[in-house]
Design a binder for this molecule. Sequence first.
Ligand SMILES: Cc1cc2nc3c(=O)[nH]c(=O)nc-3n(C[C@H](O)[C@H](O)[C@H](O)COP(=O)(O)OP(=O)(O)OC[C@H]3O[C@@H](n4cnc5c(N)ncnc54)[C@H](O)[C@@H]3O)c2cc1C
Length: 458
Amino acid sequence: MKRGEISFWLTHPGAPTAPPTQTLARDIDCDVAIVGGGLSGLWVAWALAQVRPELSVAVLEAECLGFGASGRNGGWMSAKQVGVRRALARGAGGAKAVTDMQDRLASACNEVVDILGADEIDARRGGWTQLARSASELRRAENYVAESRRWGLDESSIRMMSAEETYERIHASGIVGAIHSPHNYCVDPVKMVFRLASLAIDAGAAVYTGARVTNIEPGQLTVGPHRVKASQIVVATEGYTAAQPGQRRRMLPLNSSMLVTEPLTQDQWARVGWDHHDGVSATAHTYFHSERTPDGRIAIGGRGRPYRFGSRTDRNGMTDEATVRSLMQVIEDLFPGLGARPAHAWCGVIGVTRDWSPFLDYDSAGQVLRMGGYAGQGLTASYLAGLAAADLLTGRKSFLSTSAWVRPVPRRWEPEPLRWIGANGFYLAYSLADRLEALSRSDRTSRIARIADKIAAR
Ligand SMILES: Cc1cc2nc3c(=O)[nH]c(=O)nc-3n(C[C@H](O)[C@H](O)[C@H](O)COP(=O)(O)OP(=O)(O)OC[C@H]3O[C@@H](n4cnc5c(N)ncnc54)[C@H](O)[C@@H]3O)c2cc1C
């Protein structure tokens, strides 16, 4: 089996070919320079071309297209809440701004498919189903749905399913119920990045790869020996932001791992009973998310080493044996005796702000816009953030440019070693809480998990 090599989506034999990009071989001038060629940066480039096609836009990507989280993720493009509602409701727009954004996310999934094309990105409409497999998980799931109701989401957006109804959708062991939402597509992440890059390039953006920005200052970027002069700069480096001077504690690069199995046989799929396109996840504190790939594999994400000291990031997605074992154990636990075999495992980083919520932080001089902080929900969010960024940069007052996400970067994370102790300690606490809840059979969430949630501000 393979480990690392960025991701299965980028390197498997049938992987798509990247659109042609440019190499930065001289100094350039442009109206808007975008640091980071993931979904965020590319959506900004695309959206700018829609609202002000005359602007010259350059996207500077340090590695290749699909190198970051955008090319390594689990492929759920959902309308799930992005960020923590009560944190976002502290903004000027209050609770209304949060519910407005929630509604916008649901339509955004469909818009992305319309723009990029369902076939081009292997978009499969299902929903998402979050399994509850113990009394405490069931109660937590019910509380989550009840809270969603208070924030205005009705039965058509999110509801509880009985154990029987859930089992009909998927034959996982130990099911006692599930949350279900119809708002999700499973997509091929790399096809999505490549398609969006093609559209941005066709619309006039210059996309440079192998162009690592080593210095960011208003009006100018440094890329190796070259200068990129720009009236406006967008920084869309999400989980990689901590490597920039002055940014080490702004966004925590939280590690997230993925694994795909070898294709399952028809018999194995019949036992799994997963013959729809739902993304399937857990209510356990140690979360997993999974999808059925078009070529008949299970793709599953979660686990892994949560955080590397000093906000360091992985090397080309290399992940360890323990993570592979742990993700395979989740599959075995869901479908005992299935006999699935691992094919490729990798990891990546998601950008997490101190209040676990997204931001578009535009400086008062209108020269530098920083964006990100989707905390693992970036497939739909990066589209809306890209539209919002284009409106902010061009001075258009719109629903998105005045939304709850437009706000300063939240307060900093704690210095090391507190950051390392905290991030890894939470993970241990949540694993322990899962074990204690399973043993107690009570429907109460473990006190350890409740304390961890409070300290983490989740
Ligand atoms: C394993 C995993 C599973 C996930 N699953 C899901 C999921 O199922 N659904 C979902 O909605 N979200 C998921 N996410 C999160 C989602 O992938 C991200 O939120 C989203 O891709 C962020 O896009 P981005 O463009 O902001 O960041 P990225 O895709 O990380 O792009 C940032 C880019 O900036 C580049 N860069 C960094 N520094 C520099 C520099 N100095 N100069 C130039 N370029 C630079 C990087 O090389 C990178 O390509 C997952 C993430 C991971 C890691």
